[in-house]
Ligand binder design. Structure first.
Ligand code: SIN
Ligand code: MN
Length: 209
């Protein structure tokens, strides 16, 4: 992978690599994602309160993040098919190594698909067994307005994430509140069927044998 440039952000520990993936790398990654969807199709999870997410989800890796009326958790199988999740595309593991410099390897990759009108409310990523490891996020397709603020509450900052941008929640920002206020529909033609794909790599727990 060629050298990728990190820019400084206003939120300590929130790291951003704009345009980390060039056009070819974005197309290749979308192909790698869609090739895995037959084995791990998108589905629409429910919140613990029983409301459907507007985002569709799947996962790659030994563990996948799920939500249903029982709660949030990581599990080794797809909740609708009962099958193991597909493997994490190797290029994402290379990206992890090239950016966050974290020796623990991710064992979970949440795949979020934002079709028309989908968004994600402010939340913290805190279901992982070890909250010391970073979360790395890859944006593909339509641009989105990403909101981030400190774990304790208070002011938030909004920035635009474009296709190919990579960012990470690390150190003091690991438990930052974050969400997607809105997707700029039609700003990209990358995703078959339109919309935005977001991939987040996490060190979720001890991988099952
Ligand atoms: C997430 O926090 O799971 C997704 C964030 C994003 O879509 O950029
Ligand atoms: Mn999150």
């Amino acid at each position: 992978m060629s050298a990728i440039l990190e820019v400084k952000t206003a939120v300590e520990g929130f790291r951003l690599w704009p345009g980390a993936l060039d056009a070819q790398a974005q197309t290749d990654l979308v192909d790698a994602v869609f090739a895995r969807l037959e084995a791990g199709p998108f589905y629409r999870p429910q919140t613990p309160g029983g409301r459907p997410f507007s985002v569709q989800m799947s996962n790659f890796g030994p563990l996948g993040w799920v939500s249903d009326p029982v709660g949030y958790r990581y599990q080794p199988t797809h909740p609708e098919t009962g099958r193991a999740w597909p493997d994490i595309p190797p290029v994402l593991l290379d990206l992890w190594d090239a950016t966050v410099g974290e020796p623990r390897r991710p064992d979970a990759c949440l795949v979020n698909l934002y079709r028309e009108g989908a968004k994600m409310g402010l939340h913290q990523d805190k279901d992982e067994a070890d909250l010391g490891a970073p979360v790395l996020s890859v944006s593909l397709g339509d641009a989105a307005m990403f909101r981030i603020g400190a774990a304790q509450g208070g002011r938030t900052t909004t920035l635009r994430l474009d296709s190919g941008d990579v960012c990470a929640l690390t150190g003091p920002a690991r438990l930052a509140r974050h969400g997607i206020d809105r997707v700029l529909e039609g700003s990209s033609r990358l995703i078959p069927g339109g919309g935005r794909l977001n991939l987040t790599l996490r060190v979720a727990g001890i991988s099952p044998r």
